[in-house]
Design a binder for this molecule. Sequence first.
Ligand code: ADP
Ligand code: ZN
Length: 604
Amino acid sequence: MNNKNNQKNKKEQKSNKALIGIIILLVILLIAGIVAIVIMENSDKKDENTLSYTELVEEINNKNVEKIDMTVGSTTAKVKLKDEEKEKTALIPNTEVFVEFVQQQKLTGQNDIELNQKPRSILVQIPSTLLSLLPTLIMVALFIMIFKLQGLGEKGKVYDETETSTKVTFKDVAGLDEEKAELVEIVDFLKKPEKYVKMGAKIPRGVLLYGKPGTGKTLIAKAIAGEANVPFISMSGSEFIEMFAGLGASRVRKLFEKARRLAPCIVFIDEIDAIGSRRTSNSGAETENNQTLNQLLVEMDGFSSEETVIVLAATNRPEMLDKALLRPGRFDRQITIPTPDLKGRLEILKIHAKDKRLSDNVNLESIAEDTAGYTGAELANILNESAIIATKNGHDEIENEDVEEAVKKVTVGLEKKERVVSEKDKKLTAYHEAGHAVVSRYLPTQANVKEVSIIPRGVAGGYTMYKTDEDKYYISKTEMKEKLIALLGGRAAEKLVLDDISTGASNDIEVATNIARDMVTKYGMSDKLGPIDFQGKEPYEIQMFGEDIGDKIGLEVKALIDEAYNRAQQLLIEHRDKLDTIAGILLKQEKINEKEFAEVFDGE
Ligand code: ADP
Ligand code: ZN
């Protein structure tokens, strides 16, 4: 969404890692140093020239000691014995006791030892001092580490870049004319707040943008900032919920502090459902979440009427949001950003085609027709892919074939010509895809077949592409039932022709099951259960429809699927000749286009 921010965060993370590295290195060096000193000291004590304390006392008692040189506080001493040339090192566990013992001997005249006591040298002091300081040092290092981490974390995440001059304007946002018209008002608020304040109007605080990812919510928020020429501060809801407990709330606070400083400005919170989801249970993550959400509410309520900070937030799961967010003075305006219709898609394609070298044979209208249901981001992606494919193909300009390849790449995945497919698998795929295509041909509400292929693409072994007809706002029950039949046509053909079934139909089955479930639980299309919304309800809420309501829903879903599967088989038995013909062509030439497909049904 915001590349610059991402890069910045990454940099910040890198320096975080470097810092931890340095601290760990320092601690290791420290420990290694101390260990080395201690070992040196000890090794010193262990050679043959060393006297143990008992041996030393024995030598003193035998009056064999001539001279002792020792340092105050040290646990060793140099000892010169009368019968030996070389000085020896002796271990003295308790120097005070030892000195007293020697002096006692001298006083009583038992011994004439020469005892030299040197003052403590700093060097000798170091190891023991360090050892005693070690725990403290490690604690301090840890504290610094945690402190820095928190600090860095905050800096990196919240203080998102202020794009003081977003160059994006409404011109860059294609389609969405009504939504833009609604938002022009906000732009005006930002430009001339006095005008509205004088009139006694309250400046809107928050606007929620609902819509699928990639429909242009971030883009339109930036465009508002660009139009009003005010700073744009953005962050993503998921970034609030992070490592350190309590940080989410403080991040929200800092974000709004900054916004107040920069006012008038736009604050954009992406994925607000990550912090603003309904407060339900009391698990740790939830509590953290609630604190963050509460802070957000406090901040939004705390604006004075003169402060022109407008908060835009985006989500694709409006039903998840805590109701408290939607109260007056908070996100009291909600705008749905729909997936673009035909006209919108064409305009989006035109905007993104501007900086591409398109050949004259590229027909943007036809791409727009083929991409019903695609978001702005996907359309932008298709054009970008076309440019890459054209470059790979060595074309001077983006040709129509490049664009068509890009559409397929974005929908079904990349063509895998190299993948070796056994004859048996090929036959299975051919019948499976032919099954979809033939069944659809006999279903009035289903779109015409555009292309069938058994060349593997992405994870699919083959595919059947339909011509998308104009965007519909409503889908009838008949149409949904026929969609189920078309989806199960693949599996039905496998069973009919090969008397075996494969895993190749798993995606079809998943989609079909979802549709059937929605028909029953969301669209109220089950005659038995009636027009009731069973979705998104807590289990206890659903139970008010009876203890066994789950079973009833399941049976209804199954009945829809069974009916569709039977109908698909029936259609294929009836039109077995067509099925064989299409599968035959596919096995021979791997692909069949719209015209060739239609020819098979000529004269019907
Ligand atoms: P969202 O925030 O809804 O997930 P974005 O605003 O990040 O989506 O859209 C991603 C990209 O898709 C945009 O940067 C833009 O290139 C393209 N796009 C999406 N919708 C439109 C549109 N209506 N007009 C032009 N480009 C669009
Ligand atoms: Zn299939």
